[in-house]
Structure formats: structure tokens, C-alpha cells
Design a protein around this ligand. Structure first.
Ligand SMILES: [Zn+2]
Length: 205
């Protein structure tokens, strides 16, 4: 069991895969390694705009039940959107992107299963809207490229991100309504795969 080194509050139970924890009591960011606090960061606050989700609640989407365990809020200039890190009852982690009524569900892609031999992900800056990229056997069309600034974080997250950090991303469309997001930050790149979902298919569980 982990306690916040700043205020002593007890952190929630399951720290597997978690790299960043925001203390629910004093809002200090705690960076974890091997399920122990490695570094204490600044306080983090989220813009309290209403959202379809609340942290620490359980929801159902079709056959999947999940709990919202972390949240990253981004500012893209004209507004905010939220990335909710959720854990399904089967133990899978997924991102739910909520931009007002638009919700996408995405899962991190294991790059070794997708990319061809010696292939790496492109840089977001090398791409342009309307362009096409091929990753292994997957053909994608770039639909949007932008950068967004992290406003704040809450809960438990599988990645380390700081307020004011800017991430570049490219949204891509694949076959059969699939969407992919390429995220670039410094030399780190991640690929996510998912689809749009209907907000009316989500219910409290
Ligand atoms: Zn604390």
C-alpha cells in the first residue's frame, strides 16, 4: 500500500502499469517506478468543465464494463478535451477521448505487431492532412494534425505527462471506420487504434 509522501493520504490499490499518480487529497503529482514513488512533482488541477465521465466510477459500453481511473485534460486552443484512462473488468487499459459529444475509444498498439521489418513510426511533423502512410499492412489517411497542451492530470495514469507539456498528434483513418492516432512527444511516439463510439451507448454501471 502506498501513501502520499506530501500529505500521507493513502493511494488507491492497484498500481500495476501506473507511472503517474495524482494524490486525490493534496493534488500533488507522484511519479512511480516499480510501484514506489520515485519523484514528487507539482500540484495538478483540471478545468472543472462538466464531462460525461467522472473519475473512479464504473460504466458499461456494450459488452465492456470499465472504471475511469485517470484523466488528462488537453487544451487545443479553441477548447479542452479529456483523455480518460479506463480499465476494463478484463484488465485491459484503454483511452476514451471525449471532445464534447465526440467520443473515441482507443487502445495502445503493440508496434512490433504492426510495423514492418526495420520500420519506425513517422514524425508527426513529416505528415500532412490528406497524405497517406503505410504501417506494415495498414494503409492510413491523415485526417488531422495538431498540437495540444496538457492542462492537468488526475487519478492514475500509465504514462508520465506534465502540465504545460505540448504533444503533437496525427489523427488517421483506416479501413472499416477504424481510427488511429499517432502521438509524438520529444523522441517518444505512440500509436493508438480505435473507433468512434456513440455516447448514448455508454451507461453508468
Ligand atoms: Zn497527498
Amino acid at each position: 500500500m502506498l501513501n502520499c509522501p506530501v500529505c500521507g493520504a493513502q493511494a488507491p490499490g492497484n498500481m500495476k502499469y501506473i507511472k503517474l499518480l495524482v494524490c486525490d487529497h493534496c493534488k500533488t503529482s507522484l511519479f512511480l517506478e516499480d510501484e514506489a514513488v520515485k519523484h514528487v512533482g507539482q500540484k495538478s488541477a483540471i478545468n472543472a468543465a462538466p464531462s460525461i465521465f467522472e473519475l473512479g466510477r464504473r460504466y458499461r459500453y456494450r459488452a465492456m464494463t470499465f472504471e475511469t481511473i485517470g484523466r488528462i485534460q488537453f487544451d487545443y486552443g479553441d477548447g479542452f478535451w479529456d483523455e480518460w484512462w479506463v480499465q476494463s473488468d478484463s484488465g485491459e487499459g484503454k483511452w476514451l477521448s471525449v471532445d464534447e459529444g465526440d467520443i473515441a475509444i482507443e487502445t495502445p498498439v503493440e508496434l512490433s505487431e504492426v510495423l514492418g521489418n526495420n520500420q519506425t513510426l513517422p514524425d508527426c511533423e513529416q505528415l500532412h492532412v490528406g497524405g497517406k502512410i503505410t504501417l506494415g499492412k495498414i494503409q492510413l489517411e491523415i485526417t488531422e494534425i495538431d498540437t495540444a497542451k496538457c492542462v492537468g492530470v488526475a487519478g492514475l495514469l500509465p504514462e508520465v505527462i506534465f502540465p504545460d507539456e505540448e504533444h503533437s498528434y496525427a489523427h488517421c483513418s483506416g479501413a472499416k471506420g477504424q481510427i488511429y492516432t499517432l502521438e509524438c512527444f520529444d523522441v517518444q511516439k505512440q500509436l493508438f487504434k480505435g473507433s468512434w463510439i456513440d455516447p448514448f451507448d455508454i451507461e453508468l454501471f
